[in-house]
Design a protein around this ligand. Structure first.
Ligand code: DO4
Ligand code: MG
Length: 288
């Protein structure tokens, strides 16, 4: 089961689509449900979807994309937060790029994880939209990350996140992290909201990223969320400490795929991030 948010461009209306287990896509019509957050009751439990609420739109996701629609972020997340250095490979790569390698080793081995604020809703790039690389950064990468959603302080579902990052700015000085991570068009997630009930084990999901330049593959890499040092529940428990988390908040859980040091993104590159059972998030790159 998956949910999408989209604009029907023929009537300029925001709507919700529901993908059933047999991959058919339906328009969801429930009175009082205007966005995916309305699907949750006061305890953060998902409403029952009944056949009478569904109208067939497309036989599958590819057909859905061919309709007169524009995808939106699958949840109206008021805030997006992110964790870092949750995979051994991420720790090693940051050490290699930095003049201060010890901070990464320390955070990887501490109880307290690294978390940072990534984006407000207005700053999010929708699925299929253009993500940014900074005009003042020479070394830029996408970071493919399992992303969870929080409602009533618990994890209610998952999606695919792209934590766009400047390696040169962070590498120059770890205190520049907010500039390396938070700038125009630096965050995207989607395409679907997948309720937690539809995911057997979030700590055992295959993650893949490929990057195309002029239709040729210039990078491909993979990892599995079972390589995360800290699981999603652990990350959430730290995020909630002394910190009021709003319903619908999205949380990126760190990258396990890092392109080699000689790789940097170019404008017009196309990024494809796939996570098992969650779909594929596509973004093109522009300079901001
Ligand atoms: O320390 C930098 C942030 C790391 C990060 O975003 C990641 O590991 O995904
Ligand atoms: Mg990251």
């Amino acid at each position: 089961m998956k949910f999408y948010q989209y604009i029907d461009t023929s009537v300029n209306k925001k709507l919700i689509a529901y993908e059933s287990v047999d991959n058919k896509i339906y328009k969801l019509d429930i009175s009082g449900v205007d966005n995916t957050l309305d699907l949750f009751d006061d305890n953060g439990e998902l409403l029952n979807i009944e056949e009478k609420n569904l109208k067939l739109l497309a036989q599958n996701y590819d057909e859905f994309l061919k309709l007169k629609i524009k995808l939106l972020p699958p949840v109206d997340s008021p805030e997006t937060w992110a964790f870092g250095v949750t995979y051994m490979d991420s720790m090693k790569e940051r050490q290699a790029e930095s003049d201060s390698p010890d901070v990464y080793d320390k955070v990887y081995n501490s109880d307290r994880p690294e978390s940072f604020f990534k984006a407000t809703y207005e700053r999010l790039v929708p699925p299929g939209g253009k993500v940014g690389i900074r005009g003042d950064s020479e070394w830029n990468v996408p970071e493919p990350e399992l992303t969870f959603f929080v409602c009533k302080n618990k994890i209610v579902g998952f999606t695919i996140g792209n934590d766009m990052s400047s390696r040169s700015i962070e590498g120059e000085n770890p205190l520049y992290l907010p500039q390396a991570k938070v700038y125009d068009k630096s965050a995207s997630f989607g395409p679907a909201f997948v309720p937690i009930q539809s995911i057997d084990n979030p700590q055992k999901l295959f993650v893949q990223m490929k990057i195309l330049r002029n239709d040729k593959e210039v990078f491909s890499g993979k990892c599995n969320t079972n390589q995360m040092k800290r699981n999603c529940d652990y990350l959430l428990s730290w995020l909630l400490r002394h910190n009021n988390i709003l319903d619908g908040t999205a949380v990126m859980t760190g990258t396990g795929i890092i392109p080699p040091p000689e790789f940097t993104l170019n404008p017009s590159d196309k990024i494809f991030i796939s996570i098992e059972n969650l779909g594929t998030l596509e973004n093109e790159v522009i300079i901001v």
